[in-house]
Design a protein around this ligand. Structure first.
Ligand code: ADP
Ligand code: MG
Length: 634
């Protein structure tokens, strides 16, 4: 290699500095992962070159045997990881090894508290990548050249991990990337043949690219002693070098599946579960799908990375092929390898290929089945649900055909436990249904406390009828797409007439009718006093403790959805609520006895309170407060 030219010193992006600092200080107990990260990058680089060379064989520069090589020098205290993959040009080096390209990492760093303990745990939650070199090295040199460029377009990157790095042009006869780690004085253990080999096996058996290490063979003399200076270096492939998904399931250990996950998902923590399938026949493909144990930062971002790693007949085609899974399963990671597509398929072509739809529908079923299996392990499923539940809730709207399968996978808070943890299934609910109960009752409001304490639940609590408590932003949207479960329809208890069906006896119904008759006059007066603030006034038997509540007509959009749409700038036609009064309540009795302005004020207070209890906003809260204060001081 000739001397470097055009040398330039640059500062790491602020986030990189923070990351380096954290990593060096908190990943101390798990230092060996640097090797996994470097091998993973080398394998990705080989995949990329193989793909690019499909169109242009010349990119191999006569060396199409893709591989990773690892060497060490215990005297110098160095470890070298080399690949003959795609390589990088100068701009790419600066971009990839000077900034944090991965979205969400900056976000992640913002969340750090500085408490070492906590940081160590948090840092375990995302991929650390190339920078993990500095866990074991105090000096890192990268030499790289992009495949297909001239020998003098090589680049050398060098850093001691302390805020700055240098880049320079160098001559690089071979394409690909070489990373030389100068080990810290306390990391000398890694410059050891045995240690490196066992790490390579542990971290890269599942990678198709061979990882080779040198073996020095010496010729022996007649007495069996090594002949000095007779050593010849041969390269030995240390890993299995077969793509994991190609191997038979029975021969793959859980640890191997987990390691492979970390490689494909660029994740640092274990997956919750996986499903590995080889399908032959009309549609041929192999898929290996994983449910991650934690959410990526861009889960709710429109253009967040999603989808599977796509291979066609073992040739890597692209990362994040999002066409093979629906949006509501965007948390699933993994690999799809198929012979149904051509090697030169592009994202655009994927959109037009009818086979893609077929594979998508098959993978969707696999993923849903995998979740169903996971649900048998309550604890693991709860982790899944707490992490991805609100994404899965998009399912019934997006995937009508599978909505029953999805419904089985949903978990809810209900009045059975009154806990904010969503851990009850619809099957659990149905099993506990009262005799004579034909519907599944639910209520939606903003916030768990609002929903749990809603006046609408009073009658249900009194009668011991369970109600699903929904308070996620997406819940009303979800419920508008769930029509039935197990032949039972869903009823929003805050909308329309309250009909408990056969749960209520004939006598009860008769008594209610009589009360309604007796209060006809009161109802008329309240309606007159409130004018068109309300659509209708009624007496109700929904309530036991509260004096009044507001109800929406059955087919009206709920309060939650209205608020979301209004917040998004949508103009919605106004709906007037129905005010329902509890004839048994003292305040209602007092209302009945009141007259003139006193009557009007009390009626308005009851209406405003009912709106507040629903989590709604008053047009004129000050007027409400004044009326209430007048009443209190009267
Ligand atoms: P990730 O692999 O998750 O993208 P890394 O920090 O490991 O994150 O690597 C950052 C980027 O640097 C990679 O996406 C890749 O573009 C580039 N890179 C790293 N190592 C290599 C390599 N050996 N060959 C080519 N490019 C590499
Ligand atoms: Mg990486």
């Amino acid at each position: 290699m000739s001397t470097a030219t055009r040398e330039e010193t640059l500062g790491f992006q602020t986030e990189v500095k923070q990351l380096l600092h954290l990593m060096i200080n908190s990943l101390y107990s798990n230092r060996e992962i640097f090797l996994r990260e470097l091998i993973s990058n080398g394998a990705d680089a080989c995949d990329k070159l193989r793909y690019a060379a499909l169109d242009n064989d010349a990119l191999y520069e006569g060396d199409s045997e893709l591989r990773i090589e690892i060497e060490h020098d215990s005297e110098a205290g160095t470890v070298t990881v080399r690949d003959n993959g795609i390589g990088m040009n100068r701009d790419e080096v600066v971009e990839n090894l000077g900034t944090i390209a991965r979205s969400g990492t900056a976000e992640f760093l913002k969340q750090l508290t500085g408490e070492q303990q906590k940081d160590a745990r948090l840092i375990g939650q995302f991929g650390v990548g190339f920078y993990s070199s500095f866990i074991v090295a105090d000096e890192v040199t990268v030499r790289t050249r992009k495949a297909g460029t001239a020998a003098e377009e090589g680049v050398e990157w060098h850093s001691q991990g302390e805020g700055e790095f240098t880049v320079a042009d160098i001559e690089c006869p071979k394409h690909g990337t070489e990373i030389v780690l100068h080990l810290k004085s306390d990391a000398g253990e890694f410059a050891d043949d045995f240690r490196l080999k066992s790490l390579v096996r542990k971290y890269s058996d599942h990678i198709e690219v061979p990882v080779r290490m040198p073996r020095v063979e010496t010729t022996k003399d007649e007495d069996g002693n090594d002949i000095e200076g007779s050593g010849t270096t041969t390269w030995e492939t240390v890993n299995e070098a077969t793509a994991l998904w190609v191997r038979p399931k029975s021969e793959i250990s859980d640890d191997e599946y987990k390691e492979f996950y970390k490689h494909v998902a660029h994740d640092f923590s274990d997956p919750l579960t996986w499903s590995h399938n080889k399908v032959e026949g009309k549609l041929e493909y192999t898929s290996l799908l994983y449910v991650p144990g934690r959410a990526p930062f861009d889960l709710y971002e429109r253009d967040g990375a999603r989808g599977v790693k796509l291979y066609v007949q073992r040739v890597f085609i692209m990362d994040d092929a999002e066409q093979f899974l629906p949006l509501y399963l965007r948390f699933i990671k993994g690999v799809l390898d198929t012979r149904e597509l051509s090697l030169n398929v592009s994202r655009e072509l994927l959109q037009q290929d009818p086979k893609v739809e077929k594979i998508k529908s098959a993978l969707t079923k696999r993923a849903l089945d995998m979740l169903k299996k996971l649900a048998k392990d309550k604890e693991a499923y709860q982790t899944f649900w707490n992490t991805f539940g609100s994404v899965l809730k998009e399912g019934p709207a997006e995937d009508y055909a599978n909505r029953e399968k999805i419904a089985e996978l949903l978990r809810f808070s209900t009045t059975h436990t009154d806990s904010a943890t969503q851990d009850q299934s619809l099957a659990d609910y149905v099993e506990r249904m009262k005799e004579g109960q034909q519907k599944i009752y639910y209520i939606v409001a903003d916030g768990f406390n609002a929903v749990k304490n809603s006046p609408h639940l009073e009658i249900f609590r009194k009668k011991g009828i369970e109600v699903l408590l929904l308070s996620d932003r997406i819940d009303e949207w979800l419920m508008s797409h769930l029509t039935e479960f197990d032949g039972k329809s869903f009823v929003d208890v805050a909308k329309g007439e309250l009909d408990l069906g056969e749960i209520e006896g004939e006598e009860e119904k008769k008594a209610q009718e009589e009360t309604a008759k007796a209060k006809e006059d009161l109802v008329k007066r309240v309606k007159e006093a409130l004018g068109d603030e309300v659509q209708e006034v009624k007496v109700t038997h929904r309530l036991t403790d509260s004096p009044a509540c507001v109800v929406l007509p059955e087919h009206e959009m709920g309060f939650q959805m209205r608020r979301i749409m209004e917040a998004a700038g949508q103009k919605l036609p106004e709906v007037k609520p129905i005010l329902e009064l509890n004839p048994e309540h003292g305040l209602v009795a007092r209302l009945e006895a009141a007259e003139g302005d006193g009557f009007t004020d009390l009626a308005r207070i009851l209406l405003d309170q009912a709106i507040i209890a629903e989590g709604g906003h008053l047009d004129d809260p000050a007027a409400y407060v004044k009326r209430l204060n007048d009443l209190l001081s009267a």
